[in-house]
Design a protein around this ligand. Structure first.
Ligand SMILES: C[S@@+](CC[C@H](N)C(=O)[O-])C[C@H]1O[C@@H](n2cnc3c(N)ncnc32)[C@H](O)[C@@H]1O
Length: 204
């Protein structure tokens, strides 16, 4: 059983209160339409699902993927309780393939990576792989925390989330996307750094 399988049991109770507002801002940045096909990686316990589904019409589709079975089990429970239509895939983001996106025709037009870039073992490789699943013209939204210098709380966040919040997580998107934007979000000491939202469109 991996670290996040254990963390899944108290993840929502311990961290969710710090990110609710950011999930709404991320969903708004996705600029969702009635037919949007959204990939949310890592979806974790499904914390972003409600905000995304609010903007999706009945013909839209949402796929969530995560490397932790425990986190996905919580996401599935949440989806079942709310009767949400979400396809969940258990996979390392670096290995997610077009075949596993059958429900959305093998590719998506929206990609959300929320608190993932700081947590992926191989940030660049995983992003490259996920980016390849986004259609030309598609929109990518990244939300993460960043600090140049780790304070006590930053070290705690790194430890608790098995993350590295000193990463310049926006750079893989910045160098590939057009119409790149980078915005600071509301941040609190508990985040350990500055919550940041970046967006960019895959060149058509
Ligand atoms: C801090 S949590 C964020 C989860 C969710 N996006 C949220 O906002 O609550 C980090 C997640 O990344 C997942 N993860 C870490 N490395 C991964 C990888 N290579 N591929 C897929 N998921 C990964 C973990 O299992 C965990 O669910």
């Amino acid at each position: 059983m991996g670290y996040y399988d254990v963390f899944s049991w108290f993840y929502d109770a311990s961290v969710e209160q710090h990110y609710t507002e950011h999930r709404g801002l991320a969903a708004a940045a996705l600029d969702l339409g009635p037919n949007s096909r959204v990939l949310d990686v890592p979806c974790g316990t499904g914390g972003c699902f409600a905000a995304i589904l609010e903007g999706l019409g009945p013909d839209g589709t949402l796929v969530g993927a995560d490397a932790s079975k425990g986190m996905l089990a919580k996401a599935q429970k949440k989806a079942d309780a709310a009767e949400w239509s979400v396809d969940l895939v258990h996979v390392d983001g670096a290995a997610l393939s077009a075949d596993q996106l059958g429900s959305v025709g093998g590719s998506v037009d929206r990609l959300l990576i929320f608190l993932g870039m700081s947590a992926f073992d191989d940030m660049d490789g995983t992003f490259e792989s996920l980016w390849s699943l986004l259609e030309p013209g598609g929109l990518c939204v990244l939300v993460d925390v960043h600090t140049e210098e780790l304070g006590f709380q930053g070290r705690m966040v790194n430890l608790t989330a098995r993350a590295d919040i000193t990463r310049r997580f926006w750079e893989p998107l910045e160098k590939r996307a057009e119409s790149f934007t980078k915005t600071e979000m509301p941040s609190a000491p508990a985040h350990g750094g500055t919550m940041t939202l970046v967006t960019g469109r895959k060149p058509a």
